[in-house]
Design a protein around this ligand. Structure first.
Ligand code: BGP
Length: 462
């Protein structure tokens, strides 16, 4: 074993409700924005494959948890579907949902797998979106109530909680770049959504403190995209700094430090985009910082100073401040169109150590989406995904180095356990350690990477 990890390292994977559960019209679940958008536009992003069945975890969780155990998981992240638990977002709790999540939690614990529970993974209940989604303070309060209900229902057994997964993504997708419902392109509204997401986060943290769950920890999961300038020229460095403020620090700073960066406030103010706030917000954020940071890492963000002046009539977007830059010779995942830059994971961790008090953290997502994996199946049915093993190894080497240099990293969760449905490509890109065969009744088969992961977890290294 060349790369050994600290004792008790969390090995596991991450998932989200909409992407794996299916049973979208069963068990008393209410509609969320994905159910709704798919009904409206089944072909725009989803290739006619919607969220109603996905990987059917709702019915097969026992089989799936047995597979998790088999491939060495000691921990597993899933999300609770707000619209399953509280179908209209604010009213009665759905007893069938309580039964389902209790059964999942109990099955995990009985299998020696610690549940990590996320409360919000892009899946706004439709009834809440209809009254304004994250633009509405009423929805913030409904979310806080939902969070409290979850702590009360499941906090006796679930100790690791997260308020949001990648809160910047619904801002980008839903309010800037038109790839999530409600498909709005409006910088001002995007800022408001981002702000209210953080207010909801802080209120949920406050509710968590009141719930006083013994040994409980609460955090947030952020997709941190290290922002690299094309050169050390001050204009490029400034461009990278602004991208970092907008995409990373607008969540990282309030969550960990309890305050927004002053230069972010000034930047928004200068352009007339400060959000609407309420008295007490600043204190709320100040007093409700997190215990544990989840870091999702897929790709860096490379930018340069703006070269072409923006068309003043075009919608105001973050690209007013920088241009994207493709580093010559960069390594790409051709399927997802994302750069693969393993050292980025190390740069993030060192930054967290040096600038964020070395807060306890873990890699909460990292993974490689590949199209057409069926072609790598052998006669026994196993998919030989050596590229995925290499991808994980190369990232883990950098995580290992960051640990040697004193960062407080407690675990590594891969995206994802089994092939699942995704927001903008349905089942096109597969990420799982376990294959799900859409042609054969969703049959599960452990991939080569799944067996490799088992030895990784058992040896606590590779
Ligand atoms: C993250 C999300 C996941 C997941 C993953 C892979 O941003 O938290 O939900 O989908 O990315 O991305 P995609 O499925 O778009 O390829």
């Amino acid at each position: 074993i060349t790369y050994r990890f600290p004792a008790g390292f969390w090995w596991g994977s991450a998932t989200s409700a909409t992407q794996i559960e299916g049973a979208a019209n069963e068990g008393g679940k209410g509609k969320n924005i994905w159910d709704h958008w798919y009904e409206k536009e089944p072909h725009r992003f989803f290739n006619g494959v919607g969220p109603s069945t996905t990987s059917d975890f709702y019915h097969r969780y026992k089989e799936d948890i047995a597979l998790m155990k088999e491939i060495g998981h000691n921990s597993f992240r899933f999300s609770i579907s707000w619209s399953r638990l509280i179908p209209d977002g604010v009213g009665e709790v759905n007893p069938e949902a309580v039964r389902f999540y209790n059964a999942v939690i109990d099955e995990l614990l009985a299998s020696g797998i610690e549940p990590f529970v996320n409360l919000y993974h892009f899946d706004m209940p439709l009834a809440m979106q209809n009254i304004g989604g994250w633009e509405s303070r009423e929805v913030v309060d409904a979310y806080t109530r939902y969070a409290s209900i979850c702590f009360d229902l499941f906090g006796d057994r679930v100790k690791k909680w997260f308020t949001h997964n990648e809160p910047i993504v619904p801002v980008e997708g839903g309010y800037l770049y038109d790839f999530h419902y409600p498909n709005i392109v409006d910088f001002r509204r995007a800022v408001q959504v981002a702000y209210h997401t953080m207010i909801a986060h802080a209120k949920a943290v406050a509710a968590f403190r009141r719930a006083a769950i013994p040994d409980g920890k609460i955090g947030i999961i952020l997709n941190l995209t290290p922002s690299y300038p094309r050169s050390q020229h001050p204009a490029d460095v400034k461009a990278a700094h602004i991208a970092d403020l907008l995409f990373n620090r607008s969540f990282l700073d309030p969550a960990v430090k309890g305050e927004y960066p002053q230069d972010l406030i000034e930047l928004l103010d200068e352009h007339g985009f400060l959000p609407v706030t309420e008295a007490g917000d600043r204190e709320l954020i100040k007093e409700n910082t997190i215990d544990l940071l989840g870091i999702n890492y897929y790709q860096p963000r490379r930018v340069k100073a703006k070269e072409n002046m923006p068309n003043p009539d075009a919608p105001f977007l973050p690209e007013r401040f920088f241009d994207y830059y493709a580093m010559p010779g960069r390594k790409m995942n051709p399927y997802r169109g994302w750069e693969i830059y393993e050292k980025g994971i190390y740069d993030i961790l060192i930054n967290i150590k040096e600038k964020y008090g070395n807060i306890e953290c873990f890699i909460s997502e990292n993974g490689m989406g590949v199209e057409g994996e069926e072609r790598f199946r052998d006669e026994s049915g196993m998919i030989h995904d050596d590229y995925r093993i290499e991808f994980i190894q190369e990232h883990l080497k950098w995580v290992h180095r960051a640990i040697e240099e004193g960062t407080n990293v407690k675990g590594y969760h891969i995206w994802t356990f089994m092939d699942n449905w995704s927001w903008t490509n349905a089942y096109k890109n597969r990420y799982g350690l376990v294959a799900v065969d859409l042609e054969n009744g969703l049959k599960r088969t452990i991939k080569k990477s799944g067996y490799w992961f088992k030895s990784l977890a058992e040896n606590n290294g590779f």
